[in-house]
Write a protein that binds this ligand. Structure first.
Ligand SMILES: Cc1cc2nc3c(=O)[nH]c(=O)nc-3n(C[C@H](O)[C@H](O)[C@H](O)COP(=O)(O)OP(=O)(O)OC[C@H]3O[C@@H](n4cnc5c(N)ncnc54)[C@H](O)[C@@H]3O)c2cc1C
Length: 395
């Protein structure tokens, strides 16, 4: 069959890092993106990143291994890609304002410590030393040193350009309409314009859109979830660290240049944002975010909001991504379902998938991320950790 060695579908952080690492490993690659590079969740997120294990007790070590390796790789990539994607190794504080939030944080702290991560618990006074602008009305925080924030577009664009320099063909505004299959084996893809491109290996890095292309996925294995963010006018430096709050459902950071971006309050969206592909902001969510920002950092009351936007995440019932080959079709690899945290995975996934497709074991335990686990165990969304979030309905 003539055509590239590998077709990658999706030009977000995962697709572009995979294309780059495959090209670096000597594979010929075609990447197809239906819109522009970084136009999906990768271009609409908060840009926070770092090591962690969330609330996944059993899976904690596997999560920590991936997210800490991702963070270490991010530190090397500016030189390797020749791009300054404004990585700020600021650390992150998750701030508790209620007893329940504090208890949750302690639980998570213990899970993360057991997995090898190094978060610290800080009381209110210690938190204010790191974040002097924070409200008087807090219990304390969990500080993660090995974390920070970055400019997502510059990183993803940097991966795409570096892949192209190594010979990868990057085709934007080229939707893939179908995966070609023969006798249970991948044969390539069909494009919306009817063109066919053949390859023995296809990687779906299509995150929330994966179920639209791969109907064989069990229903509910990946569900679109709309998230919304606002950005303020630039202000003088006031938030030295990235932050999370309220079971990590609200989050934000001050970007270089001064604007503050803040997201969350998905629970105030229609259907809590679940099942929605429309990239549209809604007033209840944006005003909820604004109030929380001014409540947590009172000096920000009165600062103007100048922009807001929405993006679509791919949520999974157990809050864990799907990474690896699938029995649905030989030659098909899925890298999708990153819930609210794909920038703590996207860079290292390039190495993992390039390794998988070239016979090099990247050394991670991927058992918990097997794409076919939902075929085996079903898609139960009635768990207390929906998409990795505990107490998803808390105020
Ligand atoms: C509001 C919001 C805030 C977030 N905040 C953070 C954060 O602070 N930190 C963090 O780590 N993560 C955050 N995330 C999550 C993070 O953005 C995602 O996990 C990550 O970007 C997923 O990357 P991806 O490459 O897998 O998917 P995407 O970036 O969604 O890329 C998938 C691409 O596939 C393309 N595609 C789909 N179907 C086809 C097709 N048929 N043919 C061709 N192309 C196709 C899409 O157009 C898209 O560009 C946030 C997400 C949102 C929406």
């Amino acid at each position: 069959m003539s055509g590239p060695d590998v077709i990658v579908v999706g030009g977000g952080v995962n697709g572009c890092s995979i294309a780059y690492q495959l090209a670096k490993a000597g594979k010929s690659v075609h990447l197809f993106e239906q819109r522009g590079i970084c136009s999906g969740a990768s271009g609409r997120n908060g840009g926070m990143t770092g090591e962690g294990a969330r609330m996944h007790e059993n899976e904690a070590s596997a999560l920590f291994a991936m997210t800490s390796a991702n963070y270490a790789l991010l530190k090397e990539l500016p030189d390797e890609l020749g791009v300054d994607f404004q990585l700020r190794q600021s650390g992150t504080v998750e701030i508790a304002q209620t007893n329940a939030q504090w208890d949750h944080m302690v639980e998570r702290y213990e899970i993360e410590r057991a997995a090898g991560a190094g978060p610290e618990l800080l009381d209110a006074k210690e938190t204010r030393k790191l974040m002097p602008a924070v409200s008087e009305d807090i219990y304390g925080s969990k500080f993660t040193r090995n974390s920070g924030h970055l400019w997502p577009f510059a990183l993803v664009d940097g991966f795409a350009n570096a892949a192209a320099r190594l010979g990868a063909v990057i085709r934007t505004h080229t939707p893939v309409s179908r995966i070609l299959e023969k006798s249970g084996r991948v044969e390539g893809v069909e494009l919306l314009d009817g063109g066919k491109v053949h390859a023995d290996e296809v990687v779906l890095a299509t995150n929330s859109y994966t179920p639209l292309l791969l109907r064989q996925l069990p229903e509910g294995a990946i569900v679109p979830a709309r998230g919304q963010i606002l950005a303020t006018e630039p202000v003088a430096p006031i938030l030295p660290l990235a932050w999370g709050n309220n079971f990590d459902k609200e989050y934000g950071r001050q970007v270089p240049g001064g604007p503050i971006i803040c997201g969350g309050f998905r629970r105030l969206d229609e259907q809590e944002g679940l099942g929605l592909y429309e990239e549209r902001v809604t007033l209840p969510v944006i005003s909820g975010i604004g109030k929380r920002l001014a409540g947590l950092f009172p000096a920000l009351a009165g600062v103007r909001v100048v922009r807001c936007w929405a993006g679509i995440m791919g949520f999974t019932p157990d809050g864990l991504p799907l990474i690896g080959r699938t029995a649905i079709m030989q030659g098909l690899t899925i890298v999708a379902g990153f819930n609210g945290g794909g920038f703590s995975w996207g860079a290292i996934n390039g190495n993992v998938v390039a390794g998988m497709l070239t016979g090099v074991d990247a050394g991670f335990d991927l058992t918990y991320f097997r794409p076919d686990r939902f075929v085996e165990k079903g898609t139960d969304w009635n768990n207390p950790y929906t998409a990795g979030e505990k107490n998803s309905r808390a105020a």
